[in-house]
Design a protein around this ligand. Structure first.
Ligand SMILES: [Zn+2]
Length: 314
């Protein structure tokens, strides 16, 4: 088993403390004015993340949303963080400008995701040209797709099927973007029908609906729960998320939780002039979590859980 970082494959024990969901670079028509495009500013922000106690992070920017495979190694080198990068796509609303990716069939999407996992992430992912000149030196380490609260669009359905096929074939992990996860059970059913193993899947942003019984139902199917709302009182206070985690541990699903913060916007990155920044999770939220549970439980949640989710046998 290995974990595929942008600098090569590593043993799962080498992953260390891992933030399961952030973005070094991101551009989306859904987030005007909140672009993450500066190598210097993002580099400094990820240095803050490293200093707040992390060894690794998962970069969740998928195809067509401003990934920078040419710059991401510099973010890793500057911060010392190990980076596991996404292939795959977001929910359809992020491609409102009619990008070519939304026209691809299941087999074409699957070919593209597998290529980025096994050969390299495309340099220009607007052309989607699969050739050597358009291939970067870094490989993706997991597959992402997105759903909203509406039933899946035709494109989202094709992306789900392609993710399932490639995960079944390669063993690679899957991340599902959700809004408030109202479609999560039909989505998990479809993934299974398409051949995916739900033990390879994390449901991101699920703490926007902090209902421990709902979470236990998802975890009972084998999937991971992505908690990434720390420091975002727009959704829920940190205390709500701390209690949610404590409940899941009590229900026996502590091994299914992954922590990140999906800060994701320049208006929330300190180095771009925003707040609370990537350091909030480690410096402010995790101490509250340790006080409510234990150092040992939190440590395991930050190291063993993401290693289990990400490790595969390519
Ligand atoms: Zn995200």
């Amino acid at each position: 088993m290995i974990i595929r970082t942008i600098a090569g494959d590593i043993a799962p024990e080498k992953l260390g403390r891992t933030n399961y969901h952030e973005h070094a670079f991101q551009v989306s028509p859904l987030l005007p004015g909140d672009e993450l495009t500066s190598k210097e500013k993002s580099g400094n922000e990820f240095l803050r993340l490293a200093k707040s106690g992390f060894d690794s992070y998962v970069d969740a920017t998928p195809i067509g949303l401003g990934r920078r495979p040419d710059l991401i190694a510099e973010i890793a080198n500057r911060s010392g963080l190990q980076v596991i990068h996404a292939t795959g796509v977001h929910k359809e609303a992020h491609y409102a400008n009619g990008q070519k990716i939304t026209q691809l069939e299941v087999d074409q999407l699957a070919k593209l995701f597998a290529y980025e996992l096994q050969t390299g992430i495309l340099l220009d992912d607007s052309t989607l040209l699969i050739n050597e000149a358009n291939t970067s030196a870094i490989k993706a380490g997991f597959i992402k797709f997105g759903i909203s609260d509406a039933p899946l669009s035709a494109f989202e359905n094709r992306a789900l099927q392609a993710s399932a096929v490639v995960s079944a074939k390669t063993g690679a992990a899957i991340m599902i973007h959700t809004d408030s996860a109202s479609e999560i059970f039909p989505t998990l059913d479809l993934l299974e029908e398409s051949g995916a193993n739900l033990a390879r899947v994390v449901v991101a942003h699920i703490d926007r609906r902090p209902d421990s019984r709902f979470h236990a139902e998802i975890a009972a199917r084998g999937a991971y729960l992505g908690y990434d709302g720390a420091g975002r009182s727009k959704y829920f206070a940190d205390e709500v998320l701390v209690e949610l985690f404590a409940n899941l541990v009590e229900l026996g699903f502590g091994a299914n939780v992954l922590f990140g913060a999906d800060v994701a916007r320049s208006s929330r990155y300190v180095e771009y002039g925003g707040a609370p920044g990537l350091e909030y999770l480690g410096n402010t939220f995790l101490p509250k979590l340790r006080a409510r549970t234990s150092d040992e439980i939190v440590e395991k949640t930050l190291t063993t859980n993401p290693a289990n989710w990400l490790a595969f046998n390519p």
